[in-house]
Design a protein around this ligand. Structure first.
Ligand code: BTN
Length: 245
């Protein structure tokens, strides 16, 4: 078990902020927040997604939060497994708590229902020399938003279940799933990758992807411990290819 306080033991609630990840990063850098602190906002004016993308979310409709983790006792090589365990936490939440079928993880950290994205994870790490000091785990989960920009194929809990969710009630359930996943990461790391790969979009299937502006097709074999994705006999880093869903 972790000797640290659980995720959500301290919650900082904000009406509006540029990005909960940036705010959490500033707090932890200034030594003003402990492990397990969650920064949660009703609205972000500059929500960040993977690879410099924006994360768009209508005010007060969705879950937007960042968790501060102390990773000083962790090995830098375990960064991808931390990401994988939080991906599994969100798919578990969707299947176990909401009975949603057809959830999957699109490598490396997009959560999909069918062909529509419902959640995204952006982990930003503080690394000094060889020491992994902090991880800021940012999660955006679409909850009560029913319509999305034309260019985005997205869904939400309300669109999938037909029910409006109380964001405050949802927090407790999410933190429970996240704490369970984090404990698995701490004590049973070997189980994470198999669980992640079992839920991976396109696993063992021919998938289409773009590499160097060329469209290719080959069999997706799965992700390795360091997060490289094997397609056919090649291993790819995040950002090197784009999977077509
Ligand atoms: C992605 O799918 O590209 C990752 C999206 C991560 C969005 C969340 S919302 C809360 C936290 N704060 C941010 O600025 N980004 C993350």
């Amino acid at each position: 078990m972790s000797h640290f306080p659980p995720i959500g033991s301290s919650i900082i609630e904000l009406e509006e902020i540029d990005s909960t990840n940036d705010y959490a990063m500033q707090l932890s850098s200034a030594g003003l927040a402990d492990h397990g602190t969650v920064v949660i906002a009703e609205h972000q004016t500059k929500g960040k997604g993977q690879q410099g993308n924006n994360w768009q979310s209508k005010p007060k409709k969705n879950m937007l939060f960042s968790i501060i983790l102390n990773t000083t006792k962790e090995d830098l090589q375990s960064q991808f497994l931390l990401n994988a365990s939080f991906c599994c936490a969100i798919t578990n939440l969707l299947t176990d708590e909401f009975g949603i079928k057809d959830t999957c993880i699109k490598w490396p950290n997009d959560i999909f229902i069918g062909k529509n994205k419902i959640a995204g994870i952006l982990i930003e790490n503080v690394i000094r020399g060889q020491q992994w000091v902090n991880a800021i785990v940012g999660i955006g989960l679409n909850v009560n938003q029913t319509t999305f920009h034309d260019t985005i194929r997205a869904t939400s809990l309300i669109n999938e279940t037909g029910n409006v969710q109380k964001i405050n009630d949802l927090r407790k359930i999410i933190f429970k799933c996240l704490n369970r996943a984090y404990q698995t990461y701490l004590i049973n790391r070997v189980s994470i990758l198999a669980n992640y790969n079992a839920q991976l979009y396109g696993i063992d299937e021919n998938i289409q992807f773009i590499k160097d502006n060329l469209e290719k097709t080959d069999v997706l074999k799965g992700a390795g411990e360091q997060g490289l994705l094997q397609i056919g006999n090649q291993h790819y880093r995040h950002g090197e290819i784009k999977l077509l869903v």
